[in-house]
Design a binder for this molecule. Sequence first.
Ligand code: FAD
Length: 414
Amino acid sequence: MDSFDIAIIGAGPAGLFAAIEAASRGAKTLLLERNDEAGKKLLLTGKGRCNFTNAGLTAQNLQEPFGSKGRFLHSGLASCGPKEIRRFFEERGLPSVVERGKRVFPRSGGAETLRDLLVREALKNGVVLRTDLPVRKLQKEGDAIVAAETAEEVHRAKRFIIATGGCSYPATGSRGDGFRWARELGLAIVTPKPAIVPIRTAELWSHRLQGLALRNVTLTLLREGKPIDRRFGEMQFTPFGISGPIAMDLARSVGEALEKDGDITLSIDLKPALDEGKLDGRLIRDFENLKGREFSAVLSGLLPRDLIPTFASLAGIDINRPIHSITREERKKTLSLLKGLTLTPTGLLDFDWALVTSGGISLKELDPRTLRAKRWTNLFFAGEIIDLDGPTGGYNLQICWSTAFLAARAAADQ
Ligand SMILES: Cc1cc2nc3c(=O)[nH]c(=O)nc-3n(C[C@H](O)[C@H](O)[C@H](O)COP(=O)(O)OP(=O)(O)OC[C@H]3O[C@@H](n4cnc5c(N)ncnc54)[C@H](O)[C@@H]3O)c2cc1C
């Protein structure tokens, strides 16, 4: 069997990009993939459009999306940030557009075009891509890795980059294998958990609203009535609770809050642009202008149609009640529900539903400039397998590009 300079395990975005970078630096590169094709998960990204980076991200504002762990990405972002990755795709015929929230998408073609470009580019640079080959085990000698074993083959290489992803969406091939190997090699793992994932809620009325999307609302997480985290944007109801960008982004905080004691609630502000005083003024005017009509006429001007019957029932007011019969207390109840529709989170959905995995190879184990495991001379990591993850908006794929670039550069130059 051929001996390679670099063997990369996992042909997702991180593995593919690392392979291109390593091979373009002259390293004889092998890329091993369990599936019958590369980048299965990549095809699902951005609802098939692939939100592959975020144009607002710079090496200076890493705290915002990634919290305190963001510092680890400083070198990666400085070497291969949103500007560089956009240029990489543009130079190869895939220009991009910036949309709401500085999300970057290919201008045309979407995820499949981007995935195909990566595979083509890898092959063009001489990468040997082997599919249908799940790696079972890493062989070690002293403080180095010497080979990756599949069922029937042993692949030897001078350096190894592990890019097997996390545990989420396991049907796409990422099943936590890299975590198992890392544990066997004595590396610390921050417990992997589902992140960017739908939230379960207790209230049956929320389940009955399945499919209804709310736009421009604020979702707040409260402990003992005090706000601890908040998101603004779009969410939707599901048969078991809530989903959509702001619910999924808040899920990490919800999961952490549920692990501690206390009364945890979620509150939807349906009219975040108006404070209570202004909204009450608006209700008073609407009640006056529509006084010959029914309660539903007031709600029609304020809420999506499908929410109106549930909202009226939560307010305890019949939608057919004449407006002139509604009391001040009932108006105040309407106001408080518009500013805070309360839900009780009971848990998060599992890895099958999570867009990313939080946790992974502890950052303490890795050199942030090379992504090499400090206690192994020739073992590198890239992508979601590392204990780094961000919110929706292209941040998670940017982690892949930045870490893959550094790992491949260091492995090729070693
Ligand atoms: C539905 C969905 C939508 C998403 N949308 C976006 C988006 O728009 N923007 C964004 O930034 N992020 C998005 N993400 C997250 C993003 O897709 C991931 O963060 C990213 O794919 C991680 O890349 P990776 O290369 O580290 O791992 P993966 O993409 O998981 O790839 C790992 C690869 O390793 C292979 N592998 C695993 N074990 C073995 C083994 N033992 N032997 C050989 N091969 C192995 C797997 O088969 C897989 O191909 C989305 C995720 C999902 C599920």
